[in-house]
Structures are given as C-alpha cells and as structure tokens.
Design a protein around this ligand. Structure first.
Ligand code: HEM
Length: 142
C-alpha cells in the first residue's frame, strides 16, 4: 500500500513537471510572434498615412541618390529608399539599375526604359510588392 502511494506521488510529480515544461515551451513559442507584431503594425501604420502627410521629393533629389551606398528610386509616383534592401534582393545587383531613376518599368515589368528584359522580364510577385511598401519614404513632387 505504502509502495503504491510512493508510486502515485512520483507519477504525480512527473506529470506536474511535464505539464510545467510543456507550458514553459508554449509560452516561449507564443512570445516569438509577439516580437514581430510591432513591426507589422508599424508597416500598417506607415501604409495608412495619407499621401498629404508624406514627404515630397523632386526627381533631382532622387537622382542624387544613385549609388549602392544611397539608392533611391521612383516607382509609380512614390519615392523609395531601397539602399538597405540591395544586399537582400533575390535578383542581385540588377536592382542597382533603378538607383536615382524612375524604376517603375524595372519593378513592374522587369524591363529597362528601352524595353530590354532584366532577369525574367515578368512583373515582380505580390510578395515583392508588399516588401516594397516598407521602403516608401515619400511621393514624387509634381
Ligand atoms: C527596380 C529595380 C529592380 C530590378 C531590376 C529587379 C530585378 C529582379 C530580378 C532580375 C529578379 C530575379 C527573378 C526574375 O528574374 O524574375 C528579382 C527578384 C525579386 N525581386 Fe527584384 N528587382 C528590382 C527591385 C526590387 C525591389 C524594390 C524589391 C522589393 C523591395 C524586389 C524584390 C524582389 C523579390 C522578392 C524577388 C523574388 C522574385 C519575386 O518575388 O518576384 N525587387 N528582381
């Protein structure tokens, strides 16, 4: 009888330990996405800023940022600072073609202004388009 009680206590303690361990692991997993949430909500905030509150830049100001160390581009009337994205671009250094210029055709069609094909010559994916939003710094002044 005593032996049974001891076994029951040991089983109980092991169960409590396992439950505690599982809860501990789950708490860690739940915490991980929480660190990403502020970034996502920042992006959403940034996207929700109306055009009137965004800085405006001239084509000349963009043209001054035409190197890999400082690369701005215009895509569909918006101005993007894509400098920090250059090393992460899946298409490699082809992205540099857009620095200081209107990169709309390059981004939308993967074609240069003269129509020559860059890479696949197909539009960037919707994933690429949503990545782009994070780099918007303003709009092109008319
Ligand atoms: C404007 C100049 C750019 C050029 C010339 C360019 C070119 C390319 C090329 C050649 C590829 C390889 C795949 C293929 O050929 O289809 C590629 C892939 C990719 N680029 Fe760009 N890119 C540019 C800008 C950007 C920007 C600004 C972003 C995002 C911020 C971006 C995101 C991506 C992504 C995510 C891929 C993987 C394939 C896809 O999702 O479409 N690119 N790009």
């Amino acid at each position: 009888m005593n032996q049974q009680k001891i076994v029951a206590v040991i089983v109980g303690l092991i169960s409590i330990f396992i439950i505690g361990f599982v809860l501990f692991i789950n708490r860690d997993e739940a915490a991980a996405p929480a660190t990403i949430v502020p970034e996502v909500s920042n992006d959403t905030e940034r996207e929700s800023i109306s055009d009137e509150n965004l800085a405006t830049y001239t084509a000349a100001e963009v043209a001054d940022r035409n190197t890999a160390n400082e690369c701005w581009t215009i895509i569909d009337g918006n101005v993007y600072d894509i400098t920090s994205y250059i090393p992460r671009h899946p298409g490699g250094d082809t992205i540099l073609e857009a620095c200081g210029l209107d990169g709309s055709n390059l981004f939308n069609q993967r074609r240069s202004e003269d129509g020559s094909v860059v890479g696949s010559g197909t539009p960037h994916s919707s994933g690429a388009r949503s990545s782009l939003e994070a780099y918007r710094i303003g709009i092109l002044s008319q």
